[in-house]
Design a protein around this ligand. Structure first.
Ligand code: IPD
Ligand code: CA
Ligand code: CA
Length: 256
């Protein structure tokens, strides 16, 4: 029952953020640089405010960790981890791939995760131990077991040294995998692994808000998610490989 309340509230908040993203997309909004190659738009702030307003009204005792606001000291075992607009670069260019991500964690383990892609009205969700769903339909990772048939997705980082490591990994993968795509939303790409639309996704500089919901969704659909060293991925690990499981070890060997 409580899980349902957590999930329903996360869905409500994600849909509210998605509505703002759709409405603002063709309006004029301010865009600033947080750092080199790292954008912040007014829409990031508007969506964050909307989500926090809903969650804090419903769960005033829970902590909230969100990308655009400095985290207050922890006081609860429960913490909502939010990326209000994941794919800001895409959004600011009008490139139509972005999402909002909301997870509830208990002692740093995700209990509930919601990733919403507003332009397609695709809502991915999972509850720990309860499976993963897209618009209410159950998800399952793909059964592809050959690297040559695999579609692999990945993402860049703002940092140039990390980019060079990604480029090196692409070079090693190129001879072996079917094809590769750069995703542009780290919260969305593991959901696509969950849906069986691609076999793997890797990122070398994740933040907890990028993947707190998405990795739960992927795992609940049968995916494997580890660091490049092979340890189960946890919230504060920057590097992550999410795969359909069958191709995990060969992919990990090529990427690291
Ligand atoms: C970014 C996106 C992007 C990934 C970056 C993230 P943001 O998040 O997920 O795909 O490559 O590492 O920072 O800044 O748009 O929320
Ligand atoms: Ca992000
Ligand atoms: Ca963001």
């Amino acid at each position: 029952m409580t899980y349902d309340k957590f999930l329903q509230t996360a869905i409500e908040a994600a849909r509210a953020a998605g509505q703002i993203m759709r409405e603002q997309m063709h309006q004029t909004y301010r865009v600033q640089h947080k750092g080199p190659r790292d954008l912040l738009t007014e829409v990031d702030m508007m969506t964050e405010e909307a989500i926090v307003r809903i969650l804090s009204a419903r769960f005033p005792d829970h902590d909230i960790l969100t990308e655009e606001t400095e985290a207050p000291p922890r006081r609860s075992r429960y913490c909502w981890i939010i990326d209000p607009l994941d794919g800001t670069n895409n959004y600011a260019h009008g490139y139509p791939v972005f999402s909002t991500s909301i997870a509830l964690t208990l002692d740093d383990e995700s209990l509930v995760g919601v990733v919403y892609e507003p332009l397609r009205d695709w809502l991915f969700h999972a509850r720990r131990g309860g499976g993963a769903y897209l618009n209410g339909e159950p998800l399952q990772v793909s059964a592809v077991g050959q690297l040559t048939e695999a579609l692999i997705t990945l993402d860049w980082s703002c940092d140039l040294q990390t980019r060079a490591r990604v480029v090196a990994a692409i070079g090693r993968l190129a001879d072996h995998v079917g094809t590769m795509r750069v995703a542009g939303s780290a919260a969305l790409a593991p959901c696509y692994v969950a849906a069986g639309w691609c076999e793997g996704y890797f990122h070398l500089s994740l933040k907890p808000w990028d993947a707190a919901a998405a990795v739960l969704i992927a795992r609940e659909a049968g995916a494997t998610a580890t660091t490049l060293e092979g340890r189960l991925w946890q919230l504060d690990d920057p590097d992550c490989l999410v795969s359909n499981g069958l191709l995990h070890e060969p992919l990990r060997g090529l990427i690291r």
